[in-house]
Each structure stands twice: as C-alpha cells, then as structure tokens.
Design a protein around this ligand. Sequence first.
Ligand SMILES: Cc1cc2nc3c(=O)[nH]c(=O)nc-3n(C[C@H](O)[C@H](O)[C@H](O)COP(=O)(O)OP(=O)(O)OC[C@H]3O[C@@H](n4cnc5c(N)ncnc54)[C@H](O)[C@@H]3O)c2cc1C
Length: 460
Amino acid sequence: MPGNEFINESLSTPVLSRYDVVVVGGGASGLVAAVAAARSGARTAVIERSGCLGGTGTAGMVAQWIGFFNGPVRVVGGIGFELTERVRALGGSTGFRRYTLAEASSSPVTITNFPFNPEVLKIAADEITREAGVDVYLHSQVVRPLLGERRVEGVVIENASGRSALRAAMVVDASGDAAVAAASGVPFAGAEPELRHHRQPCTLVFRMSNVDVKTFRALPRETKRALAVEGVQQGRLFWESLSFCSTPGEKDAICLMSRIPGIDALDAGDLTRAEQTGRQQVKSVVDFLRERVPGFEASVLAGIAERVGVRETRRIVGRHTLTESDIVGGVRFADAVALGAGPMDLHEAGGTGIALWMPPAPFEIPLACLLPQEVGGLVVTGRAISATREANGGARHMGTAMCLGHAAGVYAALAAAAPAGREPAAEDVRRVLVEQNALVSSDAAVQLSEREAPIEALPA
Ligand SMILES: Cc1cc2nc3c(=O)[nH]c(=O)nc-3n(C[C@H](O)[C@H](O)[C@H](O)COP(=O)(O)OP(=O)(O)OC[C@H]3O[C@@H](n4cnc5c(N)ncnc54)[C@H](O)[C@@H]3O)c2cc1C
C-alpha cells in the first residue's frame, strides 16, 4: 500500500531510439510478436525485464508447451511451430508427447504437450530474434508509456544504463499484465478489489535432478492419487497434483507442485511473499518426494525458477471479449487471427482443486480481442487479451499465446507501415499470417491435420 508522503521528481529522459514496433515483454507471446514484426519488415525492439526471453517458459521454468493440439488437430503453425522445431534441433526436446495433465488430481485430462529444456529455449530465443534482426533489450523494465492524443507513442524504460525513452509507431503490450494498456487508460478487468486476493494461485516451479522418471511414470494413477491426497492431508503438498515434465534423457523432473493462494501479482509486497512462501513450499514438497514417491528417492533439488508463475492479473476490455460460449460453440469470426485448443484450465482460488476439461473443437480468436477500443498505437497479446475469466482459462496456454503473438506482430508491422491513423484491415493481417504459415481458421487446422501423422502414435 502506498503511504501518504510524496516526493516530486523532475525528470529529463533521453530518447534512445525510434522504432516501428516496440514489444513490451519477451515471453511466449512477445518473443513471437517481435520476430513476426521484424520478419514483416518493421524495425523492431523487444523489452524484457528478465535476463532471457521466453517469459513463463524460461524464467518461470514452465517447461511444456500446451495449446498446440485439440485432439488430433494441430492449431499452431507459423513461428510458434517453428520454435518447436528449433528447440528440437538444438537437443532441447524429443517433440510432442501424449501427457496426462494433473494426473493425480480428481479431473485429469490427456492432452498432447511439448516438454522442453528451458535453458535450450533461452538459446533458441536468442537465435531466432538475432536472425530476424530484432533489437533485444534484456534486464530492462518498461516503466510507463509515452502518450500522445489518445495514442501510445513509445515507452520509457529503466535498466542498468539508467532511464531512457523509445519512440514507436506501434507498441505491442505482451507484458501478460496489460501493463502498458492499463497505464494508457485502456479499460481492463481482473483487478477488481474483491478479486485481488481471489485470483488463481501462483506456482513457483522447481527442478529435481537424478530422478528415475520411468519408475514414477509406471506407477498406476490410483497410487499417484493416493500419494497426492496423503501429501495434501499431511500439509506437505499444496494441491492434488504430482505434475512434472522432464527434459530429454528423463533424468529430471520440472515440478509444478507449489500453489500459493491469495496473491495479487500486481502488488510488490504480495509478489515478494509469493516467492518466499513458494520456496518454503518447495522445501516441503522436495522432502515429501524424496521420502514417499517412487523414483524420487535419490533426487536432488537442482533449481528454482527465477520468478514465481502468475496465472491471472489484468485482461483488457477490447473490441470483442472472448467468452466460454464462443469457445464451446466454436463461433467463427471473420477477423479470426489465432486458434486455441484448450484445455480449459481454472485453478480453484483458495482450495486445492482444478477445473480441467477439453473444449470439443479448436476455437477461433478474433483480432478484435487484441485491440483496445479507444487508444491507438497499441495492440495487446498473450495472457492479457480481452476475454472473460473462464475463456482466459482456455486461451492463456503458451501455444495460444504464441499464435496471438504472431498476429499481434504482423498487425503492428502493417499498422506501422500504414498512413498515419489508418488501421490495417483484418483480411490483410490474415493474408500475411497465412503467408507466414500461421493457422488462422479452424478449417485450415483440420485440413493440415488430415495430412499429418496421427498423434495417437506419440509416446507417453
Ligand atoms: C504456474 C503456471 C503453469 C502453467 N502451465 C502451463 C503449461 O503447462 N503449458 C502452457 O502452455 N502454459 C502454461 N501456463 C500458462 C502460460 O505459461 C502463460 O499464460 C503464458 O506464458 C502467457 O504468455 P505471455 O507471453 O502473455 O506471458 P509471459 O510468458 O508470462 O511473458 C510476459 C513477459 O513480459 C515480461 N514483462 C512483464 N512486464 C514487463 C515490463 N514492465 N517490462 C519488461 N518486461 C515485462 C515478463 O518478464 C515476461 O517475460 C502456466 C502458467 C503458470 C503461471
């Protein structure tokens, strides 16, 4: 909470550079947006507060991409799919697999995931941005937008070199928190006072080495569930899950097992508490795994994510708000620019449960969900697009965030090249996306999947 005392500052901030497109946040969505904008001809920069690109997938250590497949249908093409191939080629993954999400919970769902080594994704992200000619600013925090007449015109950043401004024809807000949009007066949901401490819980991911993954995977589901329930009842585990993914070699477990409720991730004090509580939980879970869970007897804590994983903060209220009925009803949109696959995934705010289910078919996401109603110069992508809380539960996976990023990057590049004040037409954005191998309609995804090998044959 801010105090009652204020100081006044007078700042004179140098303008460092001028770009066509500045992408704020280099996570799943921002990384792809930056590459897409640069490949579409825009002089592009991406600003990231961490020391690496990849966001929740690297700094947050959430080392499996989901949202790529709905049943047998692949919905992610373009730069997102290209990243899977790059990570594979660098030895960071063995590819897509069949995976039971939250296997030890009461509502597991079998999906297709892409587990990867987050350290290799960091390298792949450096390479793909360098090849595309993106200017990357790491260890750099965007602290405010530059605002013109109802228009975002750049950002102010702070980093080891001090404070500076970057002017931009278009800004892509890929912060996950709608940080630029909120500071620019774009209306948003998700930060209502009554929701502040009732958001989905945060998770601090950690990595165990020297794990016998095969032994654990071979346990019957009932045994895993019994262990999870035992751990929760004893207060040693924090939700009914023993979820982890493993990098090639199957000797380690990247564990999504902590669960920190009551956190407002827009509050620095809460975020500090989340990290510290998360580390206490990690200590408890590690002891439980080593003592009680077959395959973990000789395991060692090898690492804790640089930052706690945040599932939910702000979502803009844009020109269309994606709803659960849009998703379940398979509503078609003339301005569809990205596809989601699910699963619908909403963690109980206070308890230990999770609502997890697959939508019946891939779903379309329209460009209108990325665009603020009255503020120009800005496109929002990733976790913060305009969606209801329930729809966001199905649209926030990294596969979907990458599709949205591809669309946001192309839109921003076209907008930057258009005459002042003219917005690109959705057909043009869709055309460029298709030229860049993106999948923008559910028909296109189904047609592609009919030509691909059946995913039922994938290893578990
Ligand atoms: C615990 C957890 C488990 C999850 N499990 C999965 C899973 O198994 N598979 C899956 O596909 N998805 C999973 N998700 C969802 C997914 O990781 C996120 O929803 C997704 O990463 C959203 O992408 P994004 O690009 O919007 O945000 P992020 O990937 O979080 O990227 C946002 C980036 O913006 C940067 N940033 C923010 N503000 C600023 C600023 N002011 N200046 C500079 N940089 C800034 C951040 O540092 C970050 O790198 C999980 C999420 C969590 C939290």
